[in-house]
Design a protein around this ligand. Structure first.
Ligand SMILES: [Zn+2]
Length: 113
């Protein structure tokens, strides 16, 4: 895919924006997770349940950040928009929906199956 410097700049800006939002989300999750547990045991159980949910959300956000970093990297070396599975170009519609995606629809489906 031939991209003009302007297009590349737009994608970079969008990826950076998403990364900032995810980073903020992780910070909020951390702030929340640091709250001390209540002494009451039933409260504690509920909070421990929350911790599990929180860490799943955090993992998800951290993975998304890693994806974005990888996309920024590929933008730098001219590999952006090329599927890491088969080397074909990822459709513009797919990149529009998920700018950090690394695989074409066909390759992504193989993983989901
Ligand atoms: Zn592919």
């Amino acid at each position: 895919m031939e991209m003009s410097p302007k297009e590349q700049e737009e994608i970079r800006a969008r990826l950076m924006q998403e990364k900032r939002e995810l980073t903020k989300r992780v910070d909020r999750i951390h702030a929340h997770a640091r709250e001390p547990l209540e002494a009451d045991s039933s409260e504690q159980a509920a909070q421990l349940g929350n911790v599990a949910v929180v860490s799943a959300l955090e993992t998800e956000a951290i993975e998304e950040i890693a994806e974005i970093d990888a996309a920024l990297q590929r933008l730098e070396n001219g590999r952006y928009g090329i599927c890491i599975g088969c080397g074909e170009e990822i459709s513009p519609q797919r990149l529009e929906a998920r700018p950090a995606c690394t695989e074409c629809v066909d390759c992504a489906e193989v993983h989901d199956a």
